[in-house]
Design a binder for this molecule. Sequence first.
Ligand code: PLP
Length: 460
Amino acid sequence: MVKYVAEPFKIKMVEPLKMTTRAEREEKLKKANYNLFGLDSDDVYIDFLTDSGTGAMSDTQWAGIMSGDESYAGARGYRRLMETVQDIFGYKYAQPVHQGRAAEQVLFPCVLQKGQKCISNMHFDTTRGHVGLLGAKAVDLVVAAAKDTQTYVPFKGNMDLERLEKEIVETGAENVGLIIMTITNNSAGGQPVSMENIRETRKIADKYGITMILDAARYAENAYFISQREEAYKDASIKDIIKEMFSYADAFTMSAKKDAIVNMGGLIGVKDDEALYTKVKGLTIPYEGFVTYGGLAGRDLEALSIGLYEGIEKDFLKYRIGQVEYLGGKLKEEGIAFQYPVGGHAVFLDAKALLPHIPYNEFPGHALACELYLEAGIRSCDIGSYLLDLDPETGEQLEAEMEFTRLAIPRRVYTQAHFDVVVEALKEIKKKADQIPGYQITWQPPVLRHFTAKLVPIKK
Ligand SMILES: *Cc1c(COP(=O)(O)O)cnc(C)c1O
């Protein structure tokens, strides 16, 4: 029996949820053209669409919001944030920005050139987008174990070191502009990267003189996994693990909407390269605003400094990862397949296993997401063929290797009973799985269709 890790907090403020009936949800989903992004959030009971910017701030963070200094230049919150970054990461320089993709927009032109390759364990989609916008080429070299959804491997997010070196040698080191280590590896399901792998990647970067950065949105979860799964770090503090992880990079980008538990915010860190920091400041001003606010309000800077500390507390991380493991453990007891072991921020349900009668071009991951909403008002999303889109050359639907429905867990928002509702809903869905329809797209935009496409269930 999997045990729930009790919350290391109590609740001072609540946000009421509206309860709806199945008939009402059928109506709402139809009106949203069977696209879960089209629902009003008021009509959602449990929102597992994303864990980005959806966390609950603490009383201390809200107090910080009230005491934020809104000065255009030289605000108090900026100085505090610089001290926080130096303390947690051991980096000399930092630049606040409004979110993770803004950090990419500002930093990448300083470290990557047109025609070069950018190698990562796996690029997040906005990261890949910004590499592409510069005319560079994104290459993903995650270890093969990442694709095995059923075997326990402790660090499925790792970089494949052999392929990394081979790729650099074949491309020519001068044509590889950047190595990005994404911790945790979001696109591989929030799977962690080991300290050993980060260290070895750095050795290769040094050997060939290539800049290495961290995409650090989920760095605290990664540090926790290292403390739990990497023998050499079982007695190390989370803070020491973080310092060591960051010591292997030259710079980092961070979406603070994840592990820093704010609703909006981002960061760039530069270890010690003053010339690079000067370039970063130079691009921040036209893109984001003056360097001491970087696209954020003064109050956001306060909440961010506080959230950075709260997000690395061991008891919080134990509860956070514990929630995701609780949901995974319950599903395992019920024989419902998901990507195993679970990553840091989400459970990826194996929709292909649950709905084997739905072919890839009728979108099993999306069908399961729709059914979870109809069954219990739970919002999730497809990470499968529906997300993958059409082949840009042939216009044919591409087939994803995996058909997942992602349940992304917001931080400090839902309780054990909410997770039990999700498990009950999936048990019901499993009983009537063969009656669940596939979906057909009736309209789609040319790019990023999953946000706005219109669909209908296929009547058989
Ligand atoms: C969320 C995320 C980003 C992008 O950040 P935004 O704040 O959404 O712009 C980049 N990389 C990773 C790994 C992320 O999880």
